[in-house]
Write a protein that binds this ligand. Structure first.
Ligand SMILES: Nc1ncnc2c1ncn2[C@@H]1O[C@H](COP(=O)(O)OP(=O)(O)OP(=O)(O)O)[C@@H](O)[C@H]1O
Ligand SMILES: [Mg+2]
Length: 619
């Protein structure tokens, strides 16, 4: 896990290492402060005793700062009171100054560490997000299907945040807590070894309590995170499909669904918190038990003159430092285990290879646009028992126009998606220009094949920006020519801002038919050798549909065109028409041939003719 986290911290090694070093310095200073305080208090005790002329019954030891040496100085009964007073006051001042310097240094180190840690943490999440985004860009459709879009979004956002917290905790707290525990325990023994054994009882007691609770709480937290996932997915789905929700007046249903998700999160949170609440009283018991132990033993020793008040105060400070660092270690352990789930989810994406890889013929480009399906079987699940397409054998000449007709779910989209390798075939092969599609580089293959997807998408930005996606170097003339061919130019010009019209997020400002035409124009700008229109004119009227087909032919006569359509009228003038039935080719022929010989085609034709006649009759 640490190795994985370090991968994300690349480029921020200096900040990360300095954070660790500064935290160590800060902790060391925090740990010596109680010793200084103890010495000051002990000296004050001596001073007060002198003031009251009580005199001392035993010798006390403090570090001597007189003359710059750091040796032990013993003051016993009988030392001259006046001389002692000066020495004591000087010692108090020396320790006071040391305390102030240590506190300022500790604060400075702490602030610097905090700042560097924030820089490294922000850099870590930037790295992680970029790595994830780059990886996802290279994913095939099959990869995206496997993870699901919602999950990839959650992994790039919430999970990265969790991992960032873990990373920051590791470079800041994971070092600090054990360092504090070790330093403080050592100092407690240095300060007063005869009493420090109490900590050797308290530390394991507290550790066991925290570990037991953490082990019990961990699965509860995990299930809470799962419910969080579901709640996030609900919000995401609702926002993406907000138009459908409104169209079906399903707001109440959605509200209820969301209420249930939030209720589930609340219940899971409460379950976990109930156990976490136990932590406070139990840890307080150990903490106060230790303090009472220290007071009882320390009090007795002070009473018999074996210990000074300042030493006891220092032991109290170490008690707080030691026990809070044990608690911190347990807390970090819980947090790290929790973030581990997120880190694993991130690395599951990062370590997944795209199922679509470049072929060996990296220089090969699509030149003519002929397509050969040779006994192709295809399955979304790579399973021979669950084939979406079976034994597809089809030859398409360069420059031909091919229509594909078939019922919904019969595999039309699946068939054409194999040409630009959105998915790979299960068996058989597909040749483009006589070369297996798997031998091309993915870039060159997709440069040669333009596809207007059934679920087409426009991006935020102007119409021009969207069109330039097809070819970023396209001139205004080329843009207009493509838009004219796709019957988009006229409606674009009817907007006050023309090609500079802002489309809003996801192209919300244009109608379904306009969107389809913009998508066709965008695909045309790529000047592809093969153009695939997957139900891309379903929302445009029949006359415009015919005009678009004419426009395509005029713009590029030698372009191979594949048109998937529900309407016979969209494909009837194609060079050949493929009838697809339940993932298999039922027939291939021209409109005239099929209307004579193919029952499925006849059926579809008749039903559509009937519709037209009925419509005409109503008019
Ligand atoms: N990403 C996917 N993962 C798994 N199965 C899928 C996926 N996409 C489609 N399918 C399944 O493959 C079959 C063929 O779907 P396809 O989208 O190719 O049909 P289609 O002929 O294009 O239908 P339509 O006319 O409705 O667009 C369907 O049964 C569908 O459920
Ligand atoms: Mg389809």
């Amino acid at each position: 896990m640490i190795r994985k986290l370090l991968k994300g911290g690349k480029g921020f090694e200096v900040q990360s290492v300095f954070t660790v070093l500064l935290v160590l310095c800060e902790t060391a200073l925090e740990v010596v402060l109680p010793i200084f305080m103890s010495n000051i208090l002990n000296v004050i005790q001596l001073y007060a005793a002198d003031e009251m002329s009580i005199g001392l019954t035993s010798a006390v030891t403090v570090y001597d700062f007189q003359g710059g040496t750091r040796g032990l100085l013993t003051y016993g009964v009988g030392t001259s009171v006046l001389g002692r007073k000066d020495i004591l006051l000087n010692t108090v001042y020396s320790y006071g100054i040391l305390m102030v310097i240590s506190a300022i240094l500790s604060l400075t180190f702490g602030s610097l560490a905090g700042w560097l840690c924030a820089v490294a943490g922000a850099g870590f999440s930037k790295n992680m997000r970029r790595m994830l985004f780059d990886k996802i860009q290279g994913f095939s459709f099959a990869n995206v299907d496997k993870f699901s879009t919602a999950s990839l979004v959650t992994r790039s956002t919430t999970d990265v945040n969790n991992a960032q917290n873990a990373f920051m905790m590791i470079i800041r707290t994971v070092i600090r807590a054990p360092a504090m525990l070790i330093f403080s325990t050592v100092m407690a023994f240095v300060n007063y070894a005869e009493m420090a054994w109490i900590f050797l009882l308290a530390i394991p007691a507290l550790g066991i309590i925290m570990a037991c609770i953490s082990i019990k709480v961990h699965p509860l937290f995990k299930s809470m995170l799962k419910r969080y996932d579901k709640m996030n997915a609900d919000v995401q789905e609702n926002l993406v499909a907000v138009r459908v929700v409104k169209a079906f007046v399903r707001e109440d249903y959605e509200e209820q669904k969301y209420r249930e998700s939030t209720e589930a999160v609340r219940n899971a949170q409460l379950k976990a918190e109930k156990l976490m609440i136990l932590m406070n009283p139990l840890t307080s018991c150990v903490m106060y038990g230790t303090i009472i132990g220290l007071l009882v033993i320390g009090g007795k020793r002070i009473a018999i003159g074996e210990m000074q008040g300042g030493t006891l105060t220092a032991m109290m400070s170490y008690c707080t430092q030691i026990l809070s660092s044990v608690m911190m270690i347990c807390f970090i352990a819980v947090q790290l285990v929790l973030s581990r789930a997120s880190i694993d989810r991130i690395f599951e994406v990062l370590e997944t290879d795209s199922t679509i890889k470049d072929g060996e013929q990296t220089d090969k480009k699509v030149n003519s646009g002929s397509i050969d399906f040779q006994h192709v079987d295809f399955s979304y699940s790579d399973n021979a028992d669950n084939l979406t397409l079976t034994d597809i054998d089809l030859h398409i000449e360069s420059g031909e126009s091919v229509g594909i007709i078939g019922g919904t779910g019969d595999g039309k989209s699946s068939l054409v998606q194999l040409i630009p390798r959105f998915y790979d075939v299960f068996r058989g092969r597909i040749l483009v220009d006589g070369t297996d599609v798997r031998d091309y580089s993915v870039f060159n293959l997709r440069e040669g094949v333009s596809m207007v997807l059934q679920k087409n998408v426009l991006f935020s930005g102007t119409i021009r920006q969207n069109l330039l996606w097809g070819n970023e170097n396209a001139t205004q003339e080329e843009i207009e020519a493509a838009c004219k061919a796709a019957c988009a130019h006229d409606f674009i010009m009817s907007f006050p801002d023309g090609y500079e019209t802002d489309l809003g997020q996801g192209g919300v400002n244009v109608s379904g038919g306009q969107k389809q035409r913009l998508c066709i124009a965008r695909a045309l700008l790529k000047k592809p050798k093969i153009m695939i229109l997957d139900d891309s004119t379903s929302a445009v009227d029949t006359a415009t549909d015919a005009q678009i087909r004419k426009g395509l032919k005029e713009l590029s006569a030698d372009m191979t065109t594949i048109i998937i359509a529900q309407r016979i009228s969209s494909v009837e003038d194609c060079d050949k028409i493929v009838v697809l039935d339940d993932g298999k080719i039922n027939a291939v022929g021209t409109h005239e041939q099929l209307i004579e010989t193919n029952s499925i085609y006849q059926e579809v034709y008749r039903s559509q003719q009937k519709g037209t006649v009925e419509q005409g009759g109503e008019d």
